[in-house]
Design a binder for this molecule. Structure first.
Ligand SMILES: [Zn+2]
Length: 80
């Protein structure tokens, strides 16, 4: 559920949900079509429905238990 790390392809986007402490890769050209522009595309977390934060493709998602790492991320990628 949500962890499709092995199926990564370059066009996929990488998002994290700081709320759930999870990483998601969105297969997204399809999903993006309805957005005004690719940059506007802002998916919500499938679990908590909050906006996810886009991170660099090479970003490594910390383990869920790693509270310190997530705290840092929270500060770095504040969700408005
Ligand atoms: Zn979430």
């Amino acid at each position: 559920m949500g962890f499709e790390w092995l199926a990564s392809k370059p066009y996929k986007r990488h998002y994290i949900c700081i709320n759930c402490r999870k990483g998601f890769k969105r297969p997204s050209e399809k999903d993006i079509v309805s957005a005004k522009s690719k940059e506007d595309y802002q998916p919500n977390c499938p679990q908590c429905r909050q906006k996810m934060t886009q991170v660099p493709y090479t970003f490594e998602v910390p383990k869920q238990k790693d509270k310190k790492a997530w705290k840092k991320l929270e500060e770095r990628y504040k969700i408005e």
